[in-house]
Ligand binder design. Structure first.
Ligand SMILES: *Cc1c(COP(=O)(O)O)cnc(C)c1O
Length: 405
């Protein structure tokens, strides 16, 4: 019987220096076993065995590299980590059980009691709750700022500020933050910048190359791309990720090998999917803008988006999510949504299927009325995560919504 061997058997080691994104997405990070499998193998095992007591002791003692226990060493999870790290140009990735677990892990591994965070006020709803309600209990305070306003970021910095956190473009209004400028601000004050790169993925935006220290992802969205699994990942330098890894290893918010395998396969098609999402979204944004009954369209790819120049500078594409305001209020928005037949009414995004959402009463429904107004989430706002179906069919479905206005 042959002994499994997890040595790298690719003929070329694919890294971000020597291969294009499309190639990395398909080939980076795979370790072949001696079975010579072509596709990525999956290792659904909780623990690993050793050839001797001495080998077990050496593994546990850290004197010998190798697998120990799948809370912190699993070959499938590690393969996903290597592939996404190659795509983001990161030294190391640490996979987590969800996108929220990735953000929690950053907070609890890199910050401590008495530290202060400056966070964009236009981040994912649960991210706001995490900082405001839970990290505050650990003595970590957060100030929320307008993501577009560099002077607001600057004014919010305190002597104990250790982390700046943002998401660009924001959900659902496509507000952008200048990553390079905020990274410089963070570094001038001995703080780290973390960017939630969920909306554009490394295909369209690489925050580490723009000066950010940490990237986090909800792998649940575009990295999977087909709405199957919940997962997340943190990326950055070996030094920072060793801290995050230590927290995951101990705190247990790890990714399952089944999910890692799904994300690994999802990454293979990430580039062509993102290009299809973005091309459909741009066409839909331009089309919606010209329709009677539509008051405003929010999409950074439109030439009249107030930050279109910044979008062109720091992004290589505009992504698949757009939002639009219909004439009327909540009732009109609901009528529009209910009149559609094909698109899915769901809070999720980043799926190959187009999804439609009323943010004010779902994803942003737990915010106070004032906070929602301040963030610009109006009752007549609808979010569309544009899928990769035929453009004509998405348009025909939106026409049903328009007719119901
Ligand atoms: C969904 C989402 C998250 C949270 O990710 P989960 O995988 O659901 O925990 C974080 N940030 C953004 C931008 C998201 O869309």
């Amino acid at each position: 019987m042959t002994k499994p061997n997890f040595e790298h058997q690719e003929r070329i080691q694919f890294t971000s220096e020597d291969a294009e994104l499309a190639t990395l997405a398909v080939r980076a990070g795979q370790l072949r076993t001696t079975e010579g499998e072509h596709s990525d193998p999956i290792f659904p095992t909780s623990s690993f065995v050793y050839s001797s007591a001495a080998e077990a002791a050496a593994r546990f003692g850290g004197d010998e590299p190798g697998n120990i226990y799948s809370r912190f060493t699993n070959p499938t999870v590690n393969a996903f980590e290597r592939r996404i790290a190659a795509l983001e140009g990161a030294e190391r990735a640490v996979a987590t059980s969800s996108g929220m677990a990735a953000i929690l892990s950053i907070g609890l591994s890199l910050l401590q009691q008495g530290d202060h965070v400056v966070c964009s006020r236009s981040v994912f709803g649960s991210t706001v709750s995490l900082f405001e309600k839970y990290l505050s209990r650990a003595g970590i305070a957060t100030t929320f700022v307008d993501p577009k306003d560099l002077s607001a970021w600057k004014a919010a910095i305190q002597p104990n500020t250790r982390l700046l956190f943002l998401e660009t473009p924001s959900n659902p209004l496509a507000e952008l933050t200048d990553i390079e400028a905020v990274a410089e601000l963070a570094h001038n004050h001995d703080a780290l910048l973390a960017v939630d790169n969920c909306f554009l993925t490394p295909i369209f935006q690489q925050p580490l190359a723009l000066g950010a220290d940490i990237v986090i992802h909800s792998a649940t969205k575009y990295l999977d791309g087909q709405g199957r699994c919940v997962g997340g990942v943190c990326l950055g330098s070996d030094k920072l990720m060793e801290e995050v890894f230590g927290f995951i290893r101990t705190g247990g918010a790890c990714m399952s090998p089944f999910n890692a395998w799904t994300f690994q396969k999802g990454l293979e098609t990430l580039k062509i999917r993102m290009e299809a999402h973005a091309s459909n979204a741009l066409a839909m944004a331009s089309w919606l803008k010209a329709q009677p009954g539509i008051e405003k369209v929010h999409y950074s790819g439109l030439a009249d988006h107030p930050q279109h120049a910044l979008a062109k500078r720091q992004q290589s594409g505009f992504g698949g999510v757009l939002a639009f305001e219909v004439a009327g209020g909540k009732e009109a928005a609901w009528r529009f949504i209910d009149a559609t037949k094909m698109v899915s009414i769901t809070g999720n995004l980043g799926d190959v299927k187009t999804t439609i959402t009323h943010p004010a009463t779902t994803t942003h429904g737990r915010m106070s009325v004032e906070a929602r107004a301040q963030a610009g989430i109006k009752d007549n706002l609808i979010r569309l995560s544009v899928g990769i179906e035929a453009l004509e069919d998405i348009q025909a479905d939106m026409a049903l919504g328009l007719a119901a206005l």
